[in-house]
Design a protein around this ligand. Structure first.
Ligand SMILES: [Zn+2]
Length: 198
């Protein structure tokens, strides 16, 4: 049962970071991260990528994901990481990262729709069910667009712990680490370095 052990160890290390609950694009970027024994990729193959999309309610679980779409999902993830980094640095991103996001937006956009229930009107866009994998990528790209152009963009930050590579939304201005686990790791490393010097 090696596969089960492997999956359990991966998810043990996957502590949700602030903002992922509100922005699936942030959760997507954080599917690649570093732990003490090396790099983890929650989208390492088509099966893993399908599982991630189903868990985030972006794909019906009966829909299989081909290797091509899994590759596109990983490409979108790297483009989002580049866009977040450019935003954080106050720079324009490379054109190919922007092109990747715009291609995902245009591939299978949801149809805008207004629903009106007893409690009033609300937006209820309909996803493109004819093309579920591309529709999932479109939703993720739209989520990233909302994040980068909305009021929360100013809170976007990369974890300052060396090698962590996760992105999160700052709950307060001084927050530098995605989780207390990362903060504790940095403090422990500093204390160790100080002891060696003294
Ligand atoms: Zn971190």
């Amino acid at each position: 049962m090696r596969a089960v052990d492997h999956e359990a160890s991966v998810y043990l290390h996957q502590v949700p970071v602030p903002g992922e609950d509100r922005y699936l694009s942030l959760a997507l970027v954080n599917t690649r991260f570093v732990v003490s024994h090396g790099q983890v990729d929650l989208l390492e193959d088509a099966e893993a990528a399908q599982l991630w999309l189903v868990r985030h309610e972006l794909l019906p679980d009966r829909v299989a994901l081909g290797g091509r779409h899994a590759g596109r999902l990983r490409t979108l993830r790297e483009a989002l990481r580049t866009l977040f980094a450019a935003y954080g640095a106050g720079q324009r991103p490379p054109a190919d990262a922007l092109d990747t996001l715009n291609a995902a937006l245009a591939a299978a956009p949801p149809t805008p729709r207004l629903a009106w229930a007893a409690d009033g009107p609300r937006r209820a866009d309909t996803p493109d069910t004819a093309n579920p994998a591309a529709a999932a990528l479109s939703l993720l790209a739209e989520d990233a667009t909302d994040l980068l152009t909305g009021a929360d963009a100013g809170q976007l930050a990369e974890c300052a712990a060396q090698g962590c590579a996760r992105w999160f939304l700052r709950s307060h201005g001084a927050r530098r680490w995605c989780t207390t686990k990362c903060g504790n790791r940095v403090r422990a490393a500093r204390a160790y370095a100080a002891r060696r010097v003294n």
